[in-house]
Design a protein around this ligand. Structure first.
Ligand code: FAD
Ligand code: DHB
Length: 390
């Protein structure tokens, strides 16, 4: 098999890249280790920045998102029961976010690629990149019981944090930065109408809680928990009790319903520099992870591949490699900005276990500053809706 761009991973990064390249007439093949059903049913992020939503609309894959997603003009930050609205209309020049599940974005992209005759090989096992530093890389893998090889000019490593592509950059040629947080999120999907029109990020002495939504019938909620905790310790009643206590605000009621899904995820910040090695380009979680408090993971993945698709179009269609050589530097500027924002939101809103009294007082001072300062709320608003790509 032969193609121009071999893409590893059919998450948001790999699928958006495949779609954008196809629109520019650039041949590509996506290799995904999981089944289509598994990829389409993984419950993950749910907030699209204005720029991400615009990209999906402008490139013809935003129809269902526009029909079924919800445009939000603000979010709420809550400290000890007091709610403060971050008003995007007033503070972020009218930019908005769209609440639409990541797996719905993935479904829409898979359907669009297959309808356009694109190739996505699901259940591709033991994918391995070769010779990525030179002009003729390849990907070997097993598919439907036979050993296969995909020859390509460029490999796009869109295979998430636990993928194989990052390790194709020799250790001496890359530097990794990161930290693990001493807490995780227990996330649930519940069959109940959301108790709020806009997201609520709540700090309380019992820990962080987030009320998000998916549709008029489905709510998405999260609780700060110990990262080593297990869902078996969290029967539905305990989850609702804790959510009720942490999200409590005068005059407001949390509606409860059947829990459809629950999972605990650890939280980390991570960056691999550079994001390029020869003809291998990393994008999305393969190159960086942010803690989810800023709702940035999927958006950062989409931003990376937007830059990469433009650079690949200049390379394949105009013979200009300058954009590819600047890819890593361009992306890392945004990546570190988003790391700062995600870290700031995380430290503002979580109870830091074993925290010393000094840090707690500083955290309270930051929360009060959100309440009192328009400048602080503007900073949160403009980062939350997403900074422009260019
Ligand atoms: P992924 O979505 O991880 O896609 C990578 C793809 O590559 C996957 O389909 C994977 O199966 C495939 N793959 C991996 N290894 C190989 C291989 N060797 N060969 C072939 N294919 C391979 N962000 C938020 O903002 N809010 C959240 O609530 C949230 N929850 C999350 C929960 C979990 C469990 C995880 C892992 C992430 C979560 N995120 C969340 C982050 C957000 O979902 C990611 O940032 C986003 O999925 C990044 O997209 P991606 O395409 O880079 O990576
Ligand atoms: C959702 C996830 C997030 O990480 C976040 O910050 C906001 C919303 C969600 O799944 O809806």
């Amino acid at each position: 098999m032969e193609t121009q761009v071999g893409i590893v991973g059919a998450g948001p990064a790999g699928l958006v890249l495949s779609h954008l390249l196809a629109l520019q007439g650039i041949d590509n093949v996506v290799l995904e280790q999981k089944t289509r059903d598994r990829v389409e049913s993984r419950v993950r992020a749910g907030v699209l920045e204005q720029g991400s939503a615009d990209l999906l609309i402008d490139t013809g894959v935003g129809g269902r998102m526009v029909a079924e997603g919800a445009v939000h003009e603000g979010v709420n930050l809550q400290f000890d029961g007091e709610r403060h609205r971050i008003d995007f209309t007033a503070l972020a020049d009218g930019r908005t976010i769209t609440v639409y599940g990541q797996q719905e974005v993935v479904k829409d992209l898979i359907a669009a690629r297959l309808a356009a005759g694109g190739t996505i090989l699901f259940e591709a096992e033991d994918v391995a990149p070769h010779d990525v530093i030179g002009p003729a890389p390849s990907l070997t893998f097993r598919h439907c019981g036979s050993e296969r090889e995909l020859a390509c000019s460029v490999v796009a490593g869109c295979d998430g944090f636990h993928g194989v592509c990052r390790d194709a950059i020799p250790r001496r040629a890359r530097r990794e930065f990161g930290r693990e947080y001493p807490f995780g999120w227990l996330g649930i999907l519940a069959a109940v109408a959301p108790s709020t029109d806009e997201l609520i990020y709540a700090f309380s002495e019992r820990g962080f809680a987030l009320h998000s939504l998916r549709s008029p019938e489905i709510s998405r909620l999260y609780l700060q928990v110990d990262p080593a905790d297990h869902v078996s310790n969290w029967p539905d009643e305990r989850i609702w009790d804790e959510l009720r206590l942490r999200l409590a605000s005068p005059g407001w009621t949390l509606h409860e319903g059947p829990v459809l899904e629950k999972a605990i995820t650890g939280m980390r910040s991570f960056v691999c520099e550079p994001m390029q090695y020869g003809n291998l380009f990393l994008a999305g979680d393969a190159a960086h992870i942010v803690p989810p408090t800023g709702a940035k993971g999927m958006n950062l993945a989409i931003a990376d591949v937007t830059v990469l698709a433009r650079a690949l179009a200049a390379h394949f269609n105009d013979g200009d490699r300058a954009g590819l050589e600047r890819y890593s530097e361009r992306c890392l500027g945004r990546v570190w900005r988003v790391q700062d924002f995600s870290n700031t939101m995380t430290e503002l809103l979580h109870v830091l276990p074993g925290d010393d009294p000094f840090s707690s007082r500083v955290q309270r001072a930051k929360q009060r500053y959100v309440e009192s300062s328009v400048a602080m709320r503007r900073t949160i608003a403009e980062n939350y809706v997403g900074l422009p790509l260019d």
